[in-house]
Design a protein around this ligand. Structure first.
Ligand code: 16G
Ligand code: ZN
Length: 529
């Protein structure tokens, strides 16, 4: 049985402010850091139960990603490095909201409901971002794990995808890689160096990239990675956390939503630059052209580059594997059109939130998934991985070369989670192999002008959606109103959805000109009231 006495005693040191209600959403729990101490303690408890139930190591990440520095949050990582299973998200919410005296009862009921083998050992790995509040909050997670007798591995400062990687390695007997950050750097750098060699064909190509680290943990981890890259890629870090504030006027989310360069980034014409977010699970690229104009290359264009490249490799190898690209409703219409019509790659639309995209991508031999905001990766089925590595030995000449490249690509992706570091290396490798400049990449297609707005409403839950959030079901009449507005513009599309992370309704509109997109978004936001 559980030592609920110990839990009660410890829990008194992590008391819940009475009346506070939080929900485990798409990003776990996220709010002002000062409200989270009890949540952290309780997620430590929950991680122990989940670990016992799955007889696996479970991860707990303390981060609020791209949110302001004063915020914090927590997310659990399931055995294969995936997002927490939906039924456990509900347990998480129930546990976080229980008043102190009800805590033992809720723990009991979760463990009965999930048939948790209480005598089983539990192991929990913890990671945290660079927020000032993160160290203390991760200590509270440790207290929670200890209160239920679980074993803790605190890995300290980590990017979110590194924690996913470690958890995945730990539970797959090292097949995926060594379960340490060192193992992570070794796996990625080995694959990258192989690809760099294949790209230069004996030549000595030297690449440089400027990285805006959002003043977050990505900077620390890139510094650890760099020596492994043996000069095949030099990194110039901007917003590395030594001066500026986390996510303030910088980072992937800022660049994507403001469509402008981060503070502190000096761009020479045509230089490749990229931005990570605060926990380094998102990346966007950009550059300035000779006329000084800023060009954003978002998650859609990264997915398009990757999808196109993988498709070309498969053609070269002569294998017809089923490759698909998974996007969300936010994907720019031009990217979808390019993939479907030019590249003949099937494209699917999933609901916003990594777990939905990840889940859909698992249905393919090779599933590419990306959100427009820059979160994404590629999943390869185990049989594809085996097959490609076998072909790299068996085939000859050009086919063999292509199979080798694909084999290294498989290793370069972090299949456990979208990963800014891994995605950056993937993009750099592909551009080198193709001999492409950033402009050539950007020229794949031209983004349709678009606008995003947020609308404050009394209760955002009155809006419900279907067809991967592209159509509103309630309130009655809203979808008809949107359809009517969309008809007034060319190449237009619009949708509304309640945010999963903020108390707002989000509006997205796309049309043939920026002016039209702006108008359409505005009109749709009026229809939401
Ligand atoms: C969360 C999601 C992200 C999504 C965003 C949408 C994960 C790990 N993160 O940050 O993928 O784009 O929410 O936020 O799933 P919204 O619902 O407020 O638009
Ligand atoms: Zn993030």
């Amino acid at each position: 049985a559980m030592d609920l006495g110990a839990v009660t005693k410890q829990s008194a040191l992590h008391a819940k402010p009475s009346g506070l209600v939080l929900q485990y959403g798409t990003a776990g729990f996220r709010t002002k850091a000062q409200h989270l101490d009890h949540v952290m303690f309780r997620m430590g408890l929950l991680a122990v139960l989940r670990s016992k139930q799955t007889r696996s190591t479970i991860g707990v990440m303390v981060t609020a990603s791209h949110n302001p520095e004063e915020d914090n949050g927590v997310k659990l990582v399931d055995p294969l490095g995936e997002m927490l299973a939906p039924s456990w998200e509900e347990h998480a919410t129930r546990l976080a909201n229980a008043e102190d005296q009800d805590l033992p009862g809720v723990l009991e009921s979760i463990s009965v409901e999930e048939a948790v083998p209480l005598r089983q050992d539990a192991i929990v790995v913890i990671g945290r971002d660079t927020r000032p509040s993160s160290e203390k909050l991760s200590q509270s997670v440790r207290d929670g794990v200890a209160a239920l007798g679980g074993q803790v591995h605190d890995l300290g400062l980590l990017t979110t995808p590194q924690l996913h990687y470690v958890v995945c390695c730990q539970n797959t007997g090292g097949r995926y890689g060594k379960a340490t950050t060192e193992g992570y750097y070794q796996k990625l750098s080995r694959a990258f160096l192989e690809l760099a060699k294949q790209a230069s064909c004996g030549g000595d190509e030297h690449r440089t990239i400027k990285v805006d680290c959002a003043n977050g943990v990505g900077a620390l981890k890139l510094r650890e990675l760099e020596p492994h890259l043996a000069q095949a890629l030099s990194l110039q870090l901007v917003n590395d956390g030594t001066k500026g504030k986390l996510n303030h006027l910088c980072g992937a989310d800022f660049v994507k939503s403001h469509q402008q360069p981060p503070q502190g980034m000096e761009m020479k014409s045509s230089e490749r630059c990229c931005s990570f977010d605060g926990d380094a699970d998102r990346i966007v690229y950009y550059y300035c052209d000779a006329g000084g104009r800023f060009h954003l290359i978002d998650g859609d264009k990264i997915a398009t580059l990757i999808g196109t490249f993988l498709q070309e490799l498969l053609l070269e190898i002569g294998e017809s594997l089923n490759l698909g690209v998974v996007q969300t409703a936010y994907a720019n219409g031009s990217s979808t059109r390019y993939l479907e019509e030019v590249m003949k790659v099937p494209v699917y639309c999933a609901k916003t939130g990594v777990k939905h995209l990840h889940h859909k991508a698992q249905e393919f031999d090779i599933g590419v998934y990306f959100e427009a905001n820059g979160h994404g990766t590629v999943l390869f089925s185990t049989s594809v991985e085996t097959k490609i590595k076998q072909l790299a030995e068996e085939l000859e000449d050009e086919k063999r070369k292509a199979a080798k490249i694909l084999g290294n690509m498989i290793d370069l992706f972090n299949q456990a989670a979208g990963d800014a570091i891994s995605d950056m290396l993937v993009v750099e490798a592909i551009l080198a192999l193709k001999g492409w400049t950033v402009q050539q990449w950007d020229a794949l297609y031209t983004d349709l002008p678009n606008r995003q707005l947020k609308v404050k409403v009394a209760d955002r839950r009155v809006i419900s959606t279907t067809d991967a959030e592209t159509r509103a079901v309630t309130p009655p009449g809203l979808q008809e109103a949107i359809d009517g507005l969309v008809q007034k513009y060319r190449l237009s599309r619009a949708f509304v959805r309640p945010s999963g992370t903020e108390d707002v309704v989000r509006v997205y509109a796309e049309a043939d000109s920026q002016d039209s997109a702006d108008h359409l978004a505005h009109e749709v936001s009026l229809a939401v009231f």
